[in-house]
Design a protein around this ligand. Structure first.
Ligand SMILES: *Cc1c(COP(=O)(O)O)cnc(C)c1O
Length: 224
């Protein structure tokens, strides 16, 4: 059985230099995070506000926490006050984005976020549709934001064995970022393309990902 450190080393050895790795530690205990931290990992991803709030105070200060789960607007304050959140990857509605902006403004911080886009076949996945996200940028509604930096885009591929479909989904997500930049060339730092998980990150990287989110392949199966 390989350890967390071994798994991390194996994954890192395959990554191009421009690709950053988020170790998705949701449902795993602080001890597992410490093990990955000792092996040099600094970016961790969590999907529940309450779990993240418990982990931040007991783990090292220089961890960069990414929030990757569906966020209810009534949990925004709790998330932004839990500790420094390096990136909220899962902005799935304009209502949520505006709530985060308002709260960040109130706290005197800048929220860094990714727009989550939904291209997968499953209806259960959250996110803006391609049309919604194009509308948001073509109408320049981002100009309303006061305390939020839009850092790029996040998405997931259809959950399938069909590699061609996975590749098409990832290519759609990556090209949406370019479409957005065509419409709003003045957007600064809209650089991140977060896509790829344990089973599909190789395809994601080939399709233009520069941030991958890996849980199971590092920490093993989760006990929900
Ligand atoms: C849980 C989760 C992951 C990690 O998935 P694995 O298959 O365990 O690598 C990545 N991204 C998001 C948004 C997740 O919720």
């Amino acid at each position: 059985m390989s350890t967390i450190a071994d798994s991390l080393t194996a994954i890192r050895s395959t990554l191009p230099a421009e690709v950053e790795l988020v170790a998705v530690s949701k449902f795993h205990p602080a001890e597992a995070i410490e093990e990955a931290y000792s092996a040099g990992q600094r970016i961790f991803g969590e999907s529940r506000v309450q779990e993240l709030s418990k982990k931040i105070p007991v783990l090292p200060d220089d961890i960069r926490w990414h929030f990757i789960g569906h966020l209810q607007t009534n949990k925004v304050r709790q998330l932004l006050t839990a500790g420094p959140i390096a990136l909220i990857e899962s902005i799935d509605s304009e209502k949520l984005l505006d709530a985060i902006d308002k709260e960040a403004m109130r706290l005197g911080i800048t929220a860094r976020v990714l727009m989550q886009v939904h291209v997968a076949a499953e209806e259960t996945k959250f996110g803006f549709s391609p049309d919604e996200i194009i509308g948001y940028f073509s109408e320049r509604r981002f100009e309303n934001l006061r305390a939020t930096h839009l850092c790029g885009i996040m998405g997931m591929a259809t959950n399938t064995d069909d590699e061609a479909r996975i590749r098409t989904d990832f290519e759609t997500i990556a090209s949406l970022r370019l479409d957005i930049l065509d419409m709003a060339p003045d957007l600064r730092g809209f650089d991140i393309v977060s896509m790829g998980m344990s089973d599909d990150y190789h395809i994601a990287i080939e399709s233009g990902s520069n941030l991958i989110r890996i849980g199971t392949a590092i920490f093993g199966e989760r006990n929900y």
